[in-house]
Ligand binder design. Structure first.
Ligand code: GDP
Length: 444
């Protein structure tokens, strides 16, 4: 899969950071160095990397300490935001004409996936808008190109206008446009010729087609597997044709992904779709934010960070911290802490959102039945207030009473108390400001 190496490296970097109670300037520098190397390794454009690292560093240094986030989470948040920005912030929809037909011109080098993408796009328009697209076959240099377009078109039941290989492409497009108007097709998708590399004759031809057809959208199709070449290609086409958008194909392949991340920053033109397979269905809208969290391999960790931020009660946290340090953490505090966590949503969902958790085999051995939460609560709620404030009072007869009161087996009461005591012991050692007690409890 695309981005695999990058994701792995970034995760390692973040993991290192996560283990630090405090992030020093040196830690930050080291983190930035690792991020820079990871991006370069992934074939992201050098200038883009330089600017990216600079911005992230400035943000990280200047960031006010956000409520509810530890330093590593804050850096993940900044990196994620900047990655998203670098790739364009939001999804950009197809341009649409206010009168029919909307004209889409597909351009790109040979083999990039132009014809395939034209088909995918037509299918998408058919499915989503009940549109009636028509193709124009304007690649006259390879006879196989027309045959291929027809095959694609047949498979999705879309008409093709062609005049064989002996008519000038501009003339083909002119006649094709007229036919589309007669037939009230709402989209015209022009499949143009490609070359192995950018050449002037081809660019002139494309410019002429552009001038005649006034396309609402000039979509450049680039192959993500070609790395920096994809970026250079995009620059070249954009210079000559002023493209309106990019489709990045073959993201399902083993690409390092750098092209996806640099094209927007280098050309200023949005990636509108990504191709992730050879089938007609394999075309997805490009969402920079989703791509960023995919690159970071953070699953929905970022959602979790947002939730934590929203629900974290700073005063209460400070109070809990104080109690932990003074070793006064009692069952009331524990209940409060549980409530804070439950406010963030069902425990099950929260755990699934942690990176690598959804399918983590290690989780199979950990009892994270969300009901456990309720059971623990029930046991604590069966305590007298004296017991809640003095966790050391828990003798066998009190334990039996709690079991009866909460309707939980005595072994469960014993286990909960044991875990709570372990947690308190651990808290004594905690001086770093992280509230990890909960994790320990649930994982115990
Ligand atoms: P064109 O010369 O630009 O028209 O390129 P084609 O549409 O003929 O595609 C070239 C090859 O790339 C074909 O074998 C396609 O099946 C393949 N291809 C196109 N898009 C994708 C994609 O997103 N993923 C994968 N794996 N293959 C693709």
């Amino acid at each position: 899969m695309a981005f695999e190496g990058l994701t792995e490296r970034l995760q390692k970097t973040m993991e290192k950071l996560r283990r630090k109670p405090k992030v020093t300037d040196a830690d930050l520098r080291e983190t930035m160095r690792e991020i820079r190397l990871a991006l370069l390794e992934a074939d992201v454009n050098f200038t883009v990397v330089k600017n990216f690292v600079k911005t992230v560093q400035e943000q990280a240094v200047g960031a006010e300490v956000l409520k509810g986030l530890n330093p590593a989470q804050q850096i993940v948040k900044i990196v994620n935001e900047e990655l998203t920005k670098m790739m364009g912030e939001t999804a950009v929809p197809l341009n649409k004409s206010d009168h029919i037909p909307t004209v889409i011109m597909m351009v790109g080098l040979q083999g990039a996936g132009k014809t395939t993408t034209a088909g995918k796009l037509a299918l998408r328009l058919k499915n989503e808008e009940k549109a009636r697209p028509m193709f124009i076959a304007a690649d006259i240099y390879r006879p196989a190109a027309i045959t291929q377009l027809k095959q694609v078109a047949d498979s999705i039941d879309v008409p093709v206008f062609d005049l064989g290989t002996d008519v000038d492409p501009v003339e083909i497009v002119r006649q094709g446009m007229e036919v589309a108007k007669e037939h009230h097709n709402d989209y015209v998708i022009i499949d143009t010729a490609g070359r192995l590399q950018i050449d002037e004759a081809l660019m002139d031809e494309l410019a002429n087609i552009k001038e005649l057809a006034h396309p609402d959208e000039i979509l450049l199709v680039v192959d993500a597997m070609t790395g920096q070449n994809a970026v250079n290609t995009a620059e070249g086409f954009d210079e000559k044709l002023d493209i309106t958008g990019v489709v990045l194909t073959k993201l399902d392949g083993d690409t390092r992904g750098g092209a996806a991340m640099s094209i927007r920053a280098v050309t200023g033109k949005p990636i509108k779709f990504v191709g992730e397979g050879e089938k007609m269905e394999n075309l997805d809208v490009f969402y920079p934010d989703r791509m960023s969290s995919r690159i970071l391999g953070m699953g929905d960790m970022l959602t979790l960070i947002e939730k934590a931020q929203k629900n974290f009660d700073e005063e209460q946290a400070a109070e809990t911290m104080r109690k932990m340090q003074e070793n006064n953490f009692d069952y009331n505090d524990f209940l409060d802490q549980m409530d804070q966590v439950s406010k963030m949503g069902p425990l099950e969902d929260l755990i699934k959102m942690m990176p690598g958790m959804a399918n983590n085999p290690a989780l199979k051995n950990i009892n994270i039945d969300p009901k456990q939460f309720l059971h623990i609560k029930a046991i604590i709620q069966s305590m007298t207030s004296e017991e809640r404030e003095n966790p050391d009072l828990m003798n066998p007869s009190r334990r039996r009473r709690l079991a009866a009161g909460s309707g939980r087996p005595i072994v469960e009461v014993n286990r909960m108390i044991k875990q709570f005591d372990q947690m308190r012991k651990m808290m004594k050692q905690v001086t770093n400001g992280n509230l990890n007690g909960m994790e320990n409890m649930m994982g115990g």
